[in-house]
Design a protein around this ligand. Structure first.
Ligand code: DAH
Length: 347
């Protein structure tokens, strides 16, 4: 008795011969019915019979039968095309369904740090400040010397960076923009200078070798430390809400005298975690340096320190953003993990 496989082979040969004779759509329809018809189709019938094939051969026979069915389908399709009937795929591309919604691609969004920088800018723009930017590659003069860091002064160590030549370097802070602004403009001056800065720094949760700062500078007659304090307190409250605790701590910068660093309470642990990786258990985190512009700096830009006074600050945007969002890691901002970044995409 013929095996199941032989039956498939027999049917295959017969199908090829019959198929080659199909000349019109009617004959094609008949062919399709004869082999694939739901009730009496020959292939369909073999599928019924497959059920009673011994278990050992069922797999092999089933695969052969499926292959045959596929070849019948393809042949029917090919004959249809030969007879001039467009294939189903042609039908779709010739008649696109214009009512379908378009395919939306993700177009990206502003980086959370840039959004945060813009928020800072809005607060200062609201107080009448203008925005100026300076170059990321600076000269030794602007990054250090004009800011009262003499050559070889040990204070330079804290601002060490990558040198391009002996004189050209990646700026370590946005303070050089103060000098550029004061060379161009005479008081009254009221500016902020946001931008990218670079340091010889080992990355950790609150330090990065590249980060963003925003500098602020105010110069006019009669400017005092009270203006510095009032403005910075107003700014920090506008950014973090009225309840945030702020403290001014005496400090040293070569280009200001007196100088103060400003800390806010640690938002990550709220002063509750003695081993907090952000505040080191102190409950406070420094976000900016500030001070009254040193008279020597004014002399370097030909502004008369007897007539004018001023105050300045430099704020770390990444660190402040980290605290504002309440995350324990500044490095998240630069890892390009879309699961993190898309949370700030408000589109
Ligand atoms: N440039 C300083 C830094 O990067 C921060 C700073 C301190 C800026 C005092 C100032 C200032 O304008 O007055 O650490």
């Amino acid at each position: 008795m013929a095996t199941f496989k032989d039956r498939i082979e027999g049917l295959k040969g017969e199908f090829e011969t019959v198929a080659d004779r199909v000349k019109d759509a009617k004959a094609l329809e008949d062919l399709k019915n004869k082999y694939l018809g739901r009730k009496k189709g020959l292939v369909t019938g073999l599928f019924e019979e497959l059920k009673s094939v011994p278990e050992a051969e069922k797999r092999e026979d089933g695969r052969a039968l499926n292959e045959f069915k596929q070849s019948v389908l393809m042949k029917v399709e090919a004959i249809g095309v030969r007879l001039g009937r467009p294939s189903p795929t042609d039908q779709i591309s010739n008649h696109p369904d214009l009512t379908l919604p378009g395919r939306l691609r993700y177009v990206g969004a502003a980086h959370p740090l840039i959004l945060f920088q813009e928020e800072i800018e809005r607060i200062f723009l609201g107080m009448g400040y203008t925005i100026e930017e300076g170059p990321e590659i600076e000269t030794d003069y602007y990054n250090f010397e004009a800011l009262n860091f003499p050559p070889h002064h040990p204070a330079r160590d804290s601002w060490d960076t990558l040198y391009i030549t002996d004189d050209l370097l990646l700026r370590t802070h946005t303070s050089p923009v103060q000098i550029r602004v004061m060379e161009k403009k005479k008081p009254p001056i009221l500016v902020i200078n946001p931008g990218r800065v670079f340091r010889r720094e080992t990355p950790d949760p609150t330090h990065l070798p590249m980060f963003l700062q925003v500098e602020g500078l105010v110069v006019d007659e009669g400017v005092t430390f009270a203006h510095l304090k009032g403005t910075l307190e107003y700014f920090i409250h506008a950014l973090f809400g009225e309840k945030i605790k702020v403290r001014f701590r005496p400090s040293f910068f070569p280009f200001t005298e007196p100088s103060a660093e400003v800390d806010i309470e640690c938002i990550v642990c709220e002063g509750q975690d003695k081993s907090c990786r952000v505040c080191g258990g102190t409950g406070w985190k420094e976000i900016l340096g500030s001070g009254m512009v040193d008279p020597q700096v004014f002399k370097n830009v030909n502004i008369d320190p007897e007539k004018y006074s001023g105050w300045a600050f430099g704020l770390g945007i990444d660190r402040t953003a980290m605290l504002a969002i309440g995350i324990p890691e500044m490095r998240y901002f630069y890892e390009n993990d879309l699961r993190f970044l898309r949370q700030f995409d408000l589109k």
